[in-house]
Design a protein around this ligand. Structure first.
Ligand code: PMT
Length: 404
């Protein structure tokens, strides 16, 4: 489900490899993408729009002059808001049209209307592929910034052997991911992130907690996933949807978060403690709801005992891991963060002043100062998603430096 929230348009043109476009559409859909298919008349000679409708879940766009409210103006609607437009297979004809701005049917017109990246996947007879006209058209397209995937060598349906085959699924899928997620600097890294609050029970209906929504931790987890990391997210109770393509371990109490985090710490390369872990819990949990009667009528006393300090334990057990903690402060931000960096044996502390309006707990924005032994770096207020990208940029630089 690595393509959740991505809108991808697939334009199928009239090559015998059109049937392979069905596998592509199916894969995109299974990865969570919202897939809109469009087809030239030639493509419909090889594969039926009905099949692509079934695989994508959307009506296939085949007629630029369709009088259909839903599709509105087909060659605009089909690529409006798309993150990627894949022409697969791409015939010599469609590439010639695209190279010369011809827009006489829905796919070629959509190529001109698209504002997103376009990936051409050429597949045709070997001699057509090697023809100077085709080669020059592909060069024109590449010069204009379009992506043109090189055809593969092999035997083709027409019996010839040579370059012109539709690529293997894995090659095409890899090309798609590299365009959608250009930064794959976390590929091969195992990342663990804690996020959200913990809840410390008083009785079956009451608990102690805090205002953490999990947004900061989830943004860091999703950014790491999109940059190729294998992400595990240990999450306190939050209202956020479990993000696709990430292993989510739900926990409630600090003790549970401690157990879950330490259990997988050894295999991790980078760990970020973004969770707002309750420092204390009631030393006793009532088995029944405490009634406001008798001695409890005017109030109750809670004796709070310390919870395990997860970041402290991670620091003490650190081997090869790059360990990042947060600091939620209301004063002396830098001083408190520097103390935490040393006390927890962390490699970086991400400090945020949670007393400032519009940043910190619950809201969509944050402002942080990254503190390491080499100094500190201020990241001004921005969305937690944008901040997550910048935090990963700095972690990758700092982690490289540490490993040198
Ligand atoms: O979740 P959001 O609504 O998006 O809000 C984001 C945030 C404000 C929660 C986040 O940016 C943040 O500051 N998280 C850390 C909150 C916190 O507990 O900070 P702290 O200074 O109390 O703890 C310091 C570090 O120790 C943190 O990495 C924390 O995860 C960790 N800790 C704290 C207590 C404890 N018992 N075990 C821990 O591991």
């Amino acid at each position: 489900m690595k393509l959740a929230k991505k809108k991808i348009t697939v334009g199928i043109t009239g090559g015998i490899a059109a049937y392979k476009a069905a596998d592509l559409v199916s894969w995109l859909h299974q990865q969570g993408a919202d897939v809109q298919v469009m087809m030239t008349k030639g493509a419909q000679e090889f594969i039926s729009p009905l099949l692509l409708h079934a695989l994508s879940g959307h009506v296939v766009i085949i007629d630029m002059f369709a009088n259909d409210d839903k599709l509105h103006i087909p060659h605009i609607y089909g690529v409006d808001g798309a993150d990627l437009f894949i022409i697969a297979p791409a015939t010599a004809n469609i590439m010639a049209k695209a190279a010369h701005g011809i827009a006489d049917e829905v796919v070629s017109a959509s190529i001109l209307a698209a504002t997103c990246p376009i990936l051409f996947v050429p597949a045709m007879n070997f001699h057509m592929y090697e023809n100077i006209a085709t080669q020059e058209n592909m060069e024109i397209l590449q010069r204009r910034g379009y992506h043109v995937l090189e055809a593969e060598e092999g035997r083709m349906a027409c019996g010839t052997v040579g370059k012109g085959r539709f690529p293997e699924a894995a090659v095409l899928q890899d090309a798609v991911m590299k365009i959608l997620f250009p930064k794959q600097d976390l590929a091969g890294k195992k990342v663990l992130i804690t996020a959200g609050p913990t809840r410390e029970q008083i009785d079956p209906v009451r608990y102690l907690s805090n205002y953490s929504s999990g947004k900061m931790g989830y943004a860091l987890a999703e950014a790491a996933r999109d940059r190729g990391a294998d992400v595990t997210l240990v999450s306190g109770p939050v209202k956020l949807l479990a993000p696709a393509g990430i292993t989510v371990i739900p926990v409630v109490t600090a003790e549970e978060m401690y157990q879950a985090t330490l259990a997988c710490y050894g295999e991790m390369d980078i760990v970020i403690g973004a969770a707002a872990v309750a420092d204390y819990r009631p030393d006793q949990t009532a088995s029944q709801k405490i009634k406001k009667q008798g001695a409890a009528k005017d109030g109750i006393q809670l004796n709070l005992v310390a919870n395990p300090d997860i970041l402290q334990a991670l620091g003490a057990a650190k081997k090869h891991q790059y360990l990042v903690g947060f600091a939620a402060e209301t004063e002396n931000l830098l001083e408190n963060a520097e103390k935490k960096l040393i006390a927890k044996k962390a490699d970086m502390i991400i400090a945020n002043d949670v007393s400032q309006p519009g940043v910190g707990f619950e809201v969509d924005n944050n402002a942080v100062t990254l503190v390491t032994k080499d100094g500190h770096y201020v990241l001004p207020q921005m969305t937690k998603q944008a901040l997550a990208e910048k935090i990963w940029d700095y972690i990758m630089v700092a982690a490289e430096k540490k490993n040198q």
